[in-house]
Design a protein around this ligand. Structure first.
Ligand code: EPZ
Length: 420
């Protein structure tokens, strides 16, 4: 258990360097199974990455990880089963389903099950794999998937990020061509396709609603640099916005920020972007926004909803946020209200945020990764001291979180404590 102690109301300013994108690095590390070896640069040092390395090692890969460089030698694949313990430690272990099917035509793993965000089913993944000829048996949340896959024309009922990644991984070495329609368009999908194409895959259309994958015999060695994390960047934009600060956010392509930039500008922030930098200059107090709806990319990202709710809790006026991706991404709301926010939540997904002038430092608890980051953002903009109890959520997605915030003027410390 970590405890973050934040003394708020410091105006943040200066330069922060964004780490590699967690949600790109994870599927790319799984994809390395399909190659003859890979070196992945700018791989963020996060607990989820460490679990991914444990999974690769348990499958027989040789991994070396130092100074944000992850080398993976997949020669010794000795099994295609991922233990329940490892699956429980990281939900996105489900991406190994596609990678193992692409590698060994067999995969055994466990459904991660629900979490703070909702039920998190994987039916879309399984239906698409079945369309490719996979035989799937499920028992007590264990999945056995097997069979030589063939290309198929697949339409996803919902543009699931994980399902899109799994099908790309299953299709790159399948016999024939796979067309994936209504697929996810997130930048992390493009990064995965770029990595695989560098290894000799034949993937086109990543970033559009239709991806085509022509199966190939082999994927050779390759080296790849993970792009900057757009959600980490957006989180620091929120930290600037709630403290009336000014930041240079380096290491991320402003072009992928899309709806987040538009929303920040609507609160009154001045934003300038380039291929590797975002400049943000925030007003003393953010303006309210009539309505924000979270949607698949290029819509406003659900992973920014909690952090943005914190910003709007101090805005001048009434804002509405509708969370359309996850059914219960709302555990941060009662914690924000403890700080004096005035947020009502209807049906778990419709938030009416009546902006207040002041938030007061409080004792808070994080229930999920982005919710924890949202509480830190609120604490930065609050008067007095906040203490955030966090059971390892923040460090799943934010590299050197306390250090990076301290470097731009926050009064923050983080200590390990025994479970109370
Ligand atoms: C990825 O999760 C990200 N995780 C999530 O980021 C992100 O919030 C999400 O995409 C949406 O952008 C990683 O990339 C590791 P989905 P994923 O499949 O793939 C439903 C973070 O904070 N659904 O697009 O699990 C599902 O229940 C994390 O970094 C089905 O119904 O997201 C959800 O309501 C949190 N059946 C919606 O679709 C399925 O088979 C979106 O899920 C699959 C999904």
């Amino acid at each position: 258990m970590e405890r973050y102690i934040i003394d708020g109301s410091r105006v943040l300013s200066g330069e922060v360097r964004i780490s590699g994108a967690k949600n790109a690095a994870l599927p790319i590390a799984a994809a390395a199974l399909l190659t003859e070896g890979a070196v992945i640069y700018n791989c963020p040092d996060l607990s989820d990455i460490r679990v991914c390395i444990d999974i690769l090692t348990s499958l027989g890969c040789k991994c070396d990880y130092r100074s944000n460089v992850l080398s993976i030698e997949p020669y010794g694949i000795s099994c295609c089963k991922i233990t329940k313990e490892l699956c429980a430690r990281m939900r996105s272990s489900v991406t190994f389903l596609g990678a193992l099917m692409g590698k060994c035509q067999r995969a055994e793993l466990y459904c991660p099950g629900g979490c703070a965000l909702g039920e998190r089913p994987i039916d879309i993944h399984l239906e698409a794999l079945a369309d490719m000829g996979a035989e799937i048996t499920c028992e007590e949340n264990g999945i056995i998937c097997k069979g030589a896959l063939r290309g198929a024309d697949i339409t996803l009922r919902y543009p699931s990020v994980g399902a899109t990644e799994n099908i790309i991984l299953a299709a790159v070495k399948a016999k024939g061509t796979t067309i994936l329609r209504n697929c996810a368009r997130e930048p992390e999908i493009c990064a995965l396709a770029d990595f695989l194409n560098m290894a000799g895959a034949r993937i086109s259309g990543a970033g559009s609603p239709v991806i085509t994958v022509e199966g190939v015999e082999r994927l050779h060695r390759c080296e790849y640099t993970v792009p900057g994390d757009r959600i980490e960047a957006g989180t620091y934009m929120c930290a600037a916005a709630i403290t009336g600060g000014e930041l240079f956010i380096r290491g991320v392509d402003g072009a992928v920020m899309g709806a987040v930039t538009e929303a920040m500008q609507a609160t009154g922030c001045v934003i300038k972007e380039s291929r590797s930098l975002i400049y943000i200059d925030a007003p003393k107090r953010p303006a309210a926004i009539d309505r924000i709806v979270t949607e698949p990319y290029p819509g406003f990202p659900t992973d920014m909803q909690a952090q943005f709710t914190s910003v709007l809790s101090k805005a001048e006026g009434m804002s509405v946020i509708e969370e359309r991706v996850f059914e219960q991404r709302n555990k941060h709301i009662p914690e924000l209200n403890k700080m004096g926010a005035d947020i009502s939540c209807t049906g778990g997904r419709y938030f009416e945020i009546n902006g207040v002038c002041r938030l007061k430092g409080s004792v808070l608890r994080a229930y999920d990764l982005r919710g924890g980051a949202a509480l830190a953002v609120a604490a930065l903009g609050a008067e007095g001291r906040s203490v955030i109890y966090d059971n390892g959520f923040i460090r799943r997605g934010y590299e050197r979180f306390a250090e990076k915030l301290s470097d731009i003027g926050a009064e923050i410390s983080c200590e390990e404590i025994n479970e109370a």
